[in-house]
Design a protein around this ligand. Structure first.
Ligand code: SF4
Ligand code: SF4
Length: 270
């Protein structure tokens, strides 16, 4: 895939829009302006624009996404033994964004993440998998990706790539797998992101040392734990407990919106 990705100006337009979205969202989070309604607009708009509009405008199923950047880099290094600089640069910029503002790229700009997030709003019973389980499966999936590429030049994601639904490049395998992911997302928050996504895993490692994220001021906090209950990923549980490692935080802002205590919980650096 996409070494030619960099030649299409629409790729750069999308990339610039992604960065602009992350900057805007970070400002909204810092000012406590993210509400469920604001988020709904971003989810629907992002799915339409980042997903379907760019998916249909950029030919060949090359609409960029964070996972494709990582897969392309791994393929170029492990299979062809060369580093494709533009792809590496894109990935580095996305990872720097994770370092600066946690997983705001996943929470607000990745088309597949947005679609799963929207589906979770359905009023259906939810299952919250333990983090050790989802992350162990994700590590195995990543090992399978790297091992498959290094040993056999095979990329398992290419066979079932759910991002291709936005470009309407749907094979039987992609259609069935994507349907399973989307149905699962009705019941499990971001099933693909937390159980399978390789960018999700690399981003999770990096977000352990991210600059901006939800931070609690213990002197102001009334310990009602409404933030913990509002968090869809379990990350707030870990932030609240000052755990060494925290589960993925998708920068959704639900915890900050819920907190009734001015100044107790903010999106800030330490
Ligand atoms: S973790 Fe989810 S939102 Fe982030 S890159 Fe992967 S699919 Fe997209
Ligand atoms: S609710 Fe959870 S996932 Fe959302 S910003 Fe807060 S800690 Fe992160």
């Amino acid at each position: 895939m996409p070494t030619e990705m960099t030649l299409n100006p629409l790729i750069l337009v999308k990339f610039a829009l992604w960065i602009a979205t992350i900057v805007v969202v970070t400002l909204l989070l810092r000012r406590r302006k993210v509400t469920s309604k604001v988020r709904l607009w971003f989810l629907v708009g992002g799915i339409l624009v980042f997903g379907f509009v760019f998916g249909l405008l950029i030919p060949g199923g090359l609409n960029p996404n964070p996972v494709a950047s990582l897969r392309t880099l791994l393929t170029s290094v492990l299979v062809r033994g060369q580093l494709v600089i533009p792809v590496a640069a894109m990935l580095v910029i996305l990872l720097v964004a994770v370092w600066v503002s946690n997983k705001s790229i996943c929470g607000w700009a990745c088309q597949l993440g947005l679609l799963q997030d929207l589906l979770r709003r359905a009023e259906l019973p939810k299952w919250e998998p333990p983090f050790w389980l989802s992350n162990s499966v994700r590590i195995l999936a990543f090992v399978g990706l790297v091992g498959g590429l290094a040993m056999a030049g095979m990329d398992w994601i290419g066979v079932i790539d759910p991002f291709q639904i936005f470009s309407l490049q749907i094979t039987w395998a992609i259609g069935l797998f994507s349907a399973a992911v989307l149905v699962a997302s009705l019941f499990v928050y971001r099933s693909w992101c937390r159980f399978l996504c390789p960018f999700g895993l690399v981003g999770w490692l990096l977000e352990q040392v991210s600059l901006l994220r939800p931070r609690i001021d213990r002197e102001v906090c009334k310990e009602c734990q409404l933030c913990v209950k509002a968090c869809p990923s379990g990350a707030m549980d870990d932030f609240y407990a000052d755990a060494t490692l925290h589960a993925d935080c998708f920068a959704c802002g639900a915890c900050i919106e819920t907190c009734p205590q001015e100044g107790a919980l903010e999106w800030r650096a330490r």
